[in-house]
Ligand binder design. Structure first.
Ligand code: ZN
Length: 577
């Protein structure tokens, strides 16, 4: 369910008018609309407004709705408008920022006026249901160097049913939030003493990550990728050569000086992999030369932009690069595409959209300046997508500085569209690093490079996985696959440990619950931690040398011999379901 943006825009103006009615000294900031509703920032003079004041504000909003004001949309000259709004200094700033001479405004009541395009809504009474959600601090224009204002957030709907429906959806969002799931299931944490945006993988998270890494690396080896390991640091010279120093520095950590060397934490592995390629002379027989690595990378993200695992400063990426001859590009891109699709299918992750991200010829700063290179590379990707019959959109200005890319977009729990996987075509780095190969005709030629991020960073992938599954992971990815619950800690300990050892011998992750809690509490723990199999061990099981198990989400319990149980698990793990 999506909110009606025009209606919410109008509701934000209604809020501004109502605040002015109640607190005539309050200064108006700006109105914002997003997927969750509307928001408006204010500077209050006498006191700070909190959620306690919401009822009073909502009453005033309703009063204004009941007054059935007609809404007028018109345009005014900048000067005229500045005179009318002279007391609102923030508003004046916004008006002065505008490059237009005439400004669209919206008027209602005897004196209310605000910046607004024509919303095509004629009556305030079109707003049938309204709620104020919370209030937060807001730096004017989003910059921490500016004054702090208060932002009131709310939502508006055409009917009270729609409001209730939306509230339900928000609750569902909260349940799917990977930050909440990560905390509840003890998957990851952050600690300021370690540093902002640096994820700490707890044992459960490490188990999930290990399974994903193993699967991706195995798939790459199967596709004839050479797996390497290269340093997390690179010299400043390396990034000057690659062009990252000129085009990507704002995303990199500051360099460190050591023994006359200037080193930087690497934001990606491309330049490192080029040195792998160059470590020995290559001929056409070596191409395509595919390199892969499970790499730890560091990228600077503003502290305000850090979101759980979705946006972090240290990330792990199974980064790959293929170096090939021009006539191999198309087949390689098709192969990359096939690998990505297979991985999404294995994890059951939904692709929201596929974008062909092109450069912006006007932006000479962001993109390497070589029109012919861009034209060729963009043509190649477009043609590969057409042959693959992919439904895609073209987006200008989203390419990497060195070349165009195919981006796989996923929708997050909060409805944001994020790029997860990419295939990038690059003519630039091979030139900068003077890559060569000896062709079949004996000539020395320059190869082309393809960057492939199959599932993107492990952090982002796991955040998406947790949100799309609500944390109910398939057996092969579950951190604890079996929870052994002892009816009596002393009496059943020996048999329980024997079972655990036998399962571990088969690579199955087992948790033995030997806490002093009551049996019902132990079963509750296994359920809330979404552990796929619970085994309960009591006198019967010890005596008959069996186990009783129950699958997550099912009611019935089964009593079988251990080898039969191991067989069920191993088959499911192998099938990755
Ligand atoms: Zn790369």
């Amino acid at each position: 369910m999506e909110i009606n943006k025009n209606l919410n825009k109008l509701a934000s103006l209604l809020l501004a008018k109502s605040i002015k009615d109640l607190y005539p000294d309050a200064l108006l900031g700006e109105s914002k609309i997003n997927e969750d509703g509307f928001a408006y920032s204010f500077k209050f003079n006498e006191k700070n407004i909190g959620a306690n004041d919401f009822n009073k504000i909502k009453k005033q909003m309703q009063k204004n709705i009941d007054r059935a004001y007609a809404i007028k949309y018109e345009s005014m000259s900048k000067d005229e408008l500045l005179k009318v709004i002279a007391n609102d200094k923030y508003k004046c700033e916004l008006i002065n920022d505008s490059k237009e001479d005439s400004i669209s405004v919206c008027k209602f009541g005897s004196d209310f006026i605000d910046l607004c395009e024509n919303l095509k809504i004629e009556k305030l009474s079109s707003i049938k249901a309204i709620d104020l959600v919370n209030v937060s601090g807001y730096y004017w224009k989003g910059s921490s160097e500016n004054e702090q204002l208060l932002m009131i957030h709310g939502m508006a709907f055409e009917s009270s049913n729609a409001l209730e429906e939306f509230k339900k959806q928000l609750a569902e969002h909260a349940e799917r939030d990977h930050r909440k799931i990560g905390k509840d299931l003890e998957i990851f944490t952050f600690d300021d003493i370690i540093g902002q945006g640096l994820p700490i993988w707890l044992p459960n998270g490490e188990a999930i990550k290990y399974e994903i890494e193993s699967y991706v690396l195995k798939t790459l080896r199967f596709n004839n990728y050479h797996i390497v390991s290269t340093p997390v640091l690179g010299s400043k010279r390396l990034y000057e050569t690659s062009g990252h120093w000129d085009h990507y520095r704002e995303n990199m950590f500051s360099p460190v000086e050591i023994d006359n060397e200037t080193l930087v934490l690497r934001p990606m592995t491309c330049p490192h992999h080029l040195t792998v390629y160059k470590s020995s002379p290559k001929s056409y027989r070596d191409l395509p030369y595919r390199i892969g690595e499970l790499a730890v990378l560091h990228r600077y993200e503003a502290s305000g932009g850090l979101i759980g695992l979705e946006r972090v400063r240290q990330l792990q990426l199974i980064d790959t690069h293929t170096i090939c001859s021009p006539d191999q590009v198309k087949a390689e891109i098709k192969n990359c595409y096939k690998i990505i699709k297979e991985m999404y299918a294995t994890f059951g992750i939904a692709i929201h959209a596929i974008d062909l991200s092109l450069h912006d010829p006007k932006n000479k700063e962001k993109f390497f300046d070589n029109p012919k290179m861009w034209k060729d590379a963009e043509k190649q990707l477009r043609s590969a997508l057409k042959t693959l019959k992919v439904d895609y959109r073209e987006v200008v200005g989203e390419a990497a500085f060195y070349g165009p890319k195919i981006d796989f977009q996923v929708k997050t729990n909060l409805g944001k569209i994020i790029t997860v996987s990419t295939i990038q075509l690059d003519f630039l780095l091979p030139e900068r690093f003077k890559l060569q190969y000896k062709d079949s005709d004996g000539q020395i030629k320059q190869p082309i490079m393809i960057h492939l991020g199959t599932i993107g960073t492990l952090e982002r992938w796991i955040s998406v996985l947790l949100e799309q599954t609500k944390g109910i992971l398939p057996l092969w990815l579950s951190p604890n696959q079996v929870d052994i619950i002892l009816v009596d800690n002393n009496k059943h300990k020996k048999y329980g440990e024997k079972i655990a050892l036998a399962l571990r011998k088969h690579g199955i992750r087992v948790y033995v619950d030997n806490s002093d809690e009551r049996l019902s509490k132990k079963i509750f723990y296994a359920q809330t931690h979404k552990i796929p199999y619970q085994i309960v061990i009591g006198d019967n099981e010890v005596e008959n040398k069996t186990i009783s198990y129950r699958e997550y989400g099912k009611q019935e319990s089964n009593n079988i011999k251990l080898p039969a149980f191991i067989k069920i698990l191993k088959n499911r793990i192998k099938a990755k379901n």
